[in-house]
Every structure is written in C-alpha cells, then in structure tokens.
Design a protein around this ligand. Structure first.
Ligand code: ADP
Ligand code: MG
Length: 342
C-alpha cells in the first residue's frame, strides 16, 4: 500500500479531473447537456426540451456491499455499473455522474486502480464525471448518474399491463453463486463444487457486471415496464407488480440460469435464478404482439432475451410460480433487505 500526503484537492486533480472529459462527451453528442463539469460549486446540465433527465444514486459500503481488500479496479467498474444499470432499466442514455468518496487513507495505488476501472466503463458509455465530494472515513463509494430519455418514453415500473409477456435479459444466478463460494456456503450440507473456469465466470459476473444500457434504449417504444435485477428476480418483479397493480405467473424452469449455476441441482438452480442478487440484468414486460420486435431489439444489441411468464390482472395473486409442466411451486424469493438480513 502506498500512502502519501496528497491533499484532498491534489488527489481530486490527479485522479478524477480529466480536462478533455467534457469535450469527449460533446464529441459524442452530449454537448447540449453538460455545460460545466468539475471545479465550480455545482456542475451545470442543460437538458434539451424533448428530453427528461433520469437521475439515480447507488452507494457501495465496504463490508456491506464488498469485502474489505476488494480489487479497486473492479470496484471502480462496479460502482458505476450498478448506477448505469438503473439508467438502463428506465431506457435512459447515460450523460454524466458525480462521485462521493470516503476513504480511511490516501492510498495512491488504490486510487490509481479505482479511477482506471471507473473511467474505462465511463468512457465506454460516454458518461462524464462532473463533480463529487472527497472525505476521510470508512471506505464508501456513492455515485449519482444523470441520463436522458425522450419525454414520456421511460420504462417505468408502473406501466405493466395484464396480458404482457415478461422477459429477462442474459442469465441469472451466477453472481449469487460466486458469493456463495466466497462465503464457503454449502447447500443441503453439500459444499458447492465447480471448475476453475466456472468459478472465474461467476466471479466476473459478481465483480464486473455488465449494465444493459444499449438494451434499455433499444426497448423504448416496445417494452412497457422494466426493472434491473439487483436484489433477485422474484423480489424485483414484485416491485413492478405492486407499482402496476397486477399479478404475474412465471415458469421458474424457463429462467435462464448462468453457466455456473446450471451445474447445480434443480433446487439450487431454481432458488438462485429466482432470488440471487447482483445480476444486473433487465426484467421487462411487453405486449404479446411485440414479441418479434423484442427479439429483434435483443439481437441488435447482442443480448439474449428469454420469455419467462405473463402479467395477469389479479393483483391479489401476486407472483405465482410454476414448473415447466405447469405445476405450482412454492419457493421463497424474499428480496435482500439490509435491515432485515445480517
Ligand atoms: P465544495 O466545497 O463546494 O463541496 P469541494 O471542495 O468538495 O467543493 O470540491 C471541489 C470541486 O471538486 C467540486 O467541483 C467538486 O464537485 C469536485 N470534486 C470533489 N470530489 C470529487 C470526486 N471524488 N470526483 C469528482 N469531482 C470531485
Ligand atoms: Mg465538498
């Protein structure tokens, strides 16, 4: 570890200010939006009349969201990825973000790796860092993202309609699987067994999630409601149902289990595809007559989409689970809750 006597402003200057960041954003068509970046009391955004500004904040706390000593490059990636995932779930395109950082010491190796991981993802999405705050304290990373979405086109949670298909992108459960391995969890008294290759894949899913930004935009005008799967598909889908005043049926065996999870028993596969968190896939609803358009949107952005169920009118029934043969299943899918789980 290399700790130095960098001042707060020196470290902001060295690791977080990039003189060309706004120009780069401007080059990519965001010039109308970021009018002033880092360095003043506020940054200035200038949304266009046709756009709504989408805003979301996510915080990562050491010991809570990541293990002490976690790879700082991956942490930089993930801190922004989870925020971009929220924009994706609204169908919004990234514009800019702010970074509030608390650190116990100024560790230049850590800052170098963290900022490199952060900016690699930011640049891939032409998302400019426009401000933040830096303070001493337990390691905590709080990012706020700003995106834009054409007026009225956001994929809100309250827009699901009875009869809609329910879809999910990519695969589910491998991030949860990696966490189980890191925590030495066993299932039914059996240790989890997997190859190095499977473990590497699962760890990648946990530490370097891919926010489905291009998919979210591609689904505008096709999908009705969407949510990103951060706390587990079942619990997250229930948020959509509650906001939309609907129920849903899903085929648990249709859930696209990740390649590591596929090696496990049916019971583990079902449980973690349904309730495993940290996948950052999109779960969305779309009218049946848009099936071809949904699949075309998925292939246009190279993301596999799987149809897993339907929205039903009866909100009282909540989320009903079935197996591949249509038999009712009872599987707990309580969402992760920081104040109810140790
Ligand atoms: P203030 O006193 O207004 O809170 P600061 O002195 O904390 O401002 O920050 C000075 C400038 O540096 C501001 O423009 C702020 O947005 C920016 N800044 C501070 N910390 C960060 C950070 N971690 N990443 C990006 N910009 C930052
Ligand atoms: Mg400040």
């Amino acid at each position: 570890m290399s700790k130095t006597a960098l001042s707060e402003f020196e470290l902001i200057e060295r690791y977080f200010i990039r003189p060309d960041a706004i120009d780069t954003a401007a080059d990519r068509g965001h010039c109308e939006t970021v009018a002033l970046g880092i360095g003043d009391d506020c940054a200035l955004l200038q949304p266009t009349v046709a756009m709504e500004l989408a805003i979301s904040t996510d915080m990562l706390v050491e010991g809570r969201h990541f293990f002490a000593g976690a790879d700082p490059h991956a942490l930089g990636h993930k801190a922004l990825a989870v925020n971009l995932s929220d924009l994706a779930a609204m169908g919004a395109s990234p514009v800019a973000f702010t970074l509030a950082l608390a650190m116990p010491t100024v560790d230049t190796d850590w800052l170098e790796a963290f900022s490199t991981g952060l900016f690699a993802l930011a640049d891939a999405h032409a998302c400019a860092l426009i401000g933040g705050d830096t303070t001493k304290g337990p390691l905590t990373i709080c990012i706020t993202v700003f995106g834009h979405v054409p007026r009225g086109a956001a994929l809100r949670r309250d827009l699901a309609v009875p009869g809609d298909d329910i879809w999910v992108s990519g695969t589910l459960g491998d991030a949860r699987f990696a966490l189980a391995v890191l925590r030495n969890e066993s299932v039914d008294g059996q240790p989890l067994i997997l190859t190095q290759e499977q473990l590497d894949h699962a760890l990648q899913r946990l530490h370097r999630p891919t926010p489905r930004v291009a998919l979210g935009s591609a689904l505008r005008g096709i999908a009705h409601a969407a949510i990103d799967v951060s706390d587990g598909l079942g619990g997250d889908l229930v948020h959509v149902l509650e906001r939309s005043g609907c129920g849903a049926t899903i085929n648990v065996d249709a859930l696209p289990a990740g390649s590591a999870l596929q090696t496990q028993s049916v019971a583990v596969r079902r449980a973690w595809a349904l309730s495993g968190g940290d996948d950052y896939e999109l779960c969305f609803t779309a009218p049946v007559h848009e099936r071809a358009a949904v699949l075309a949107a998925g292939s246009a952005v190279d993301v596999t989409l799987t149809r897993i169920g339907s929205i039903v009118a009866d909100a009282g029934k909540g989320l009903q689970l079935f197996d591949a043969r249509g038999a009712r299943l009872t599987i707990s899918f309580a969402s992760f809750d920081h104040f109810r789980t140790t």
